[in-house]
Design a protein around this ligand. Structure first.
Ligand code: MG
Length: 368
């Protein structure tokens, strides 16, 4: 059997909450629930969660609906807490994981198990992206080649007996992770490649999801000989077309402005000026691609879109599903995150008189 140990006995106060950060929510779900749930796999036989006396009641309440979970009281240091939890484990292999890494994937967990089975240990790591130096008293003492520097994450897997032996040999000395303990007391552990998303929630800003909202509006007047209008990249038959420098896709224009606004960028008039011949008759779907790459540069991706079209005619209901599907394709988000509504203006104003179409768009983007 394989056991997982989740370390949750720390104080987790660097995040600046008044209690252990693991009890706080990330996108409406407590961090500890997210982390423990990630290990609820067929391959894992039990999940032992190390908790402090102070948090035990809250942790029990949050974790009791989950299966395979047992709580064990932690100690004064990380090593003491993990050692106590490992002693409670029944698995031949134990994976130790930080409670503050809720985004651990099934792939990472399975790779960790494979590494233990193949090499006797498995420590999740990432290649360093920054250059790291060793220093003392403010001066470099060593500057290792970046290619040989890795940052170490969890899970870290070991055979239980070997890990217990490492704790015994350490005689109470505490380590910041079990890989370091194992390295000092048994042998160099084996690394395996993790994923960037398996990040640790340490500071308050780590709990911010990077969600942002944006709003955009566009209006185009009817005119010209075209017998269709473009809406969300879909051609809709119409008595008259829309007057525009580009293809006049009033929906995509509102959407682009909403996306740009959410990312605190300039509006589409700035990026695609209608004084520029380059954009004459431009396919707005292509312009949207540019907008999405601007978003990506800022580290954002669309998450949800809500559109409202005000038009007296043409009748849009037969095209709504097609528009949603096309937006889903263009934005690379599921159609169930895209809402498109269409209505008339009850014959009032320029929309009601059939002079033009106005589209309102609201969107949510998030850190990609
Ligand atoms: Mg426009």
């Amino acid at each position: 059997m394989i056991s997982a140990v989740v370390c949750a006995a720390g104080k987790g106060l660097r995040a600046g909450f008044s209690r252990n950060k693991l009890l706080e929510e990330y996108e409406n779900i407590p961090v500890i629930v997210r982390t423990v749930s990630a290990f609820d796999l067929d391959e894992i036989g039990e999940i032992v969660v190390s908790v402090s006396e102070e948090d035990e009641r809250d942790m029990k309440k949050l974790l009791s609906p989950l299966s395979k979970v047992r709580l064990v009281r932690g100690g004064e240091t990380r090593s003491e807490s993990v050692c106590r939890a490992v002693k409670e484990c029944r698995g031949e292999i134990v994976l130790v994981h930080d409670g503050a890494r809720p985004f651990v994937s099934r792939k990472i967990i399975l790779d960790c198990i494979d590494s233990v089975k193949t090499y006797g240990s498995g420590v999740c790591c990432l290649p360093a992206t920054d250059t790291t130096v060793i220093c003392e008293k403010g001066e470099y003492t060593a500057a290792p080649e970046r290619e040989s520097v890795f940052t170490v994450q969890t899970p870290q897997g070991f055979y239980r007996e070997k890990l217990l032996l490492a704790f015994e040999k350490a005689k109470g000395k505490s380590y910041t992770d079990e890989g370091s303990l194992y390295f000092a007391q048994i042998s160099p552990p084996r690394l395996f490649l993790g994923e960037r998303r398996n990040r640790k929630l340490t500071f308050a800003e780590d709990f911010q999801t990077g969600e942002r909202v944006g709003f955009g509006v566009d209006t185009h007047a009817f005119g010209g000989d075209r017998k269709y209008i473009m809406l969300g990249g879909v051609s809709v038959p119409s008595e008259r077309g829309l007057v525009a420098h580009s293809d006049g896709d009033v929906l995509l224009h509102a959407l682009m402005d909403a996306l740009l606004s959410a990312a605190a960028l300039r509006d589409i008039g700035y990026y695609f000026p209608d004084s520029d011949e380059k954009y004459r008759g431009a396919d707005s779907s292509r312009l949207l691609e540019t907008v999405l790459s601007l978003l990506r540069e800022g580290g954002f991706a669309p998450d949800q879109v809500s559109v409202s079209v005000l038009a007296e005619k043409p009748r849009l209901s037969p095209y709504i599903e097609k528009i949603r599907e096309n937006l889903s394709r263009l934005l690379e988000i599921p159609a169930d995150r895209i809402g498109v509504a269409a209505g008339t203006n009850e014959k009032l104003g320029y929309v009601g008189e059939g002079k033009g179409i106005t589209v309102y768009c609201y969107c949510r983007i998030r850190q990609a």
